[in-house]
Design a protein around this ligand. Structure first.
Ligand code: HPA
Length: 269
């Protein structure tokens, strides 16, 4: 279990590196680590208790600009981290004054209306695994014992994302994100089961962070890039190479959209 003082220690290390105090946090998912390069760069290894980002194409640095903290790379269950380790940074960001988090990821598309390269706003998520980053003694300085998840993904931020997408000529899809622990991709039978349960997107991240952020009373926006059609939807085998290729082909649209959302959310800060 992390202690409150661990979160404080990490927050203090970030404070010491920059005078910026933005209220928006952006977490860049697989293949997106190179999307931004401006800002004060803080390698994760300089922040106490931060795990090491070991997943391919997760850079492991935080960029700090006037408008946002941008985490280039995140932590996953399949790397061997516990849900609490995966989400360590969320309470740290709360202590730094962050009020909203934009969680991005690469996901497999299940909804038949999706095409490869689509960007989808996450409307809700499903996680059937029993664990939670909030398991263990509750720290009421962070949040409530039983956080409400009715509006896990903020309606306000979703509306704002659609507006920003329209401003940039981007057609934004919508979907329910279904969490799978990975690192293996799903079987076609699992994808059929996920579809029957109401999942539109399959992915290996985001959900623990959303839970931890809601516990900390942060607003959450989730954006998935459909990097591939999920297993069995097309007859092609899935590969990390395809995920990386789709990401790089769509990086300009994602950057445009994220920049526009960052600007809009920071307007009244
Ligand atoms: N499944 C799970 N995670 C993923 C996928 C997928 O098809 N594509 C990218 N991340």
């Amino acid at each position: 279990m992390f202690l409150y003082s661990d979160y404080e220690e990490a927050a203090e290390a970030v404070r010491a590196e920059t005078a910026y105090r933005p209220k928006t946090l952006v977490v860049l998912g697989s293949g997106m680590s190179g999307l931004f390069d401006d800002g004060i760069e803080i390698p994760y290894c300089r922040i106490p208790h931060f795990p090491e980002a070991t997943a391919p194409s997760h850079r492991g640095v935080m960029l700090v600009t006037e408008r946002a903290y941008i985490m280039c790379g995140r932590f996953h269950y399949y790397e061997g981290y516990s849900p609490e380790e995966i989400t360590f940074y969320i309470p740290v960001m709360k202590l730094l004054g962050v009020e909203r988090v934009i969680l991005t990821n690469a996901a497999g598309g299940i909804n038949p209306s999706y095409s490869i390269g689509d960007i989808a706003v996450i409307s809700d998520h499903i996680k059937l695994s029993g664990d939670s980053p909030l398991r263990g003694r509750n720290d009421s300085r962070m949040g409530e014992r039983f956080p409400d998840m009715t509006e896990a993904y903020s309606c306000r931020l979703r509306e704002l994302a659609y507006e920003c997408a329209a401003d940039n000529g981007i057609d934004l899809k919508t979907g329910v994100y279904f969490y799978m622990g990975g690192p293996q991709y799903e079987t076609p039978a699992e994808i059929r089961a996920i579809a029957a349960l109401g999942g539109d997107l399959a992915g290996m991240s985001t959900v623990y962070e959303c839970i931890a952020a809601r516990h900390c009373a942060m607003e959450v926006l989730g954006l998935s890039c459909v990097t591939n059609l999920a297993a069995g939807i097309s007859d092609k085998p899935l590969s990390e190479a395809e995920v990386a290729r789709t990401m790089s082909e769509n990086s300009e649209r994602l950057r445009l959209l994220l920049n526009s959302i960052i600007e809009r959310t920071a307007e009244n800060d």
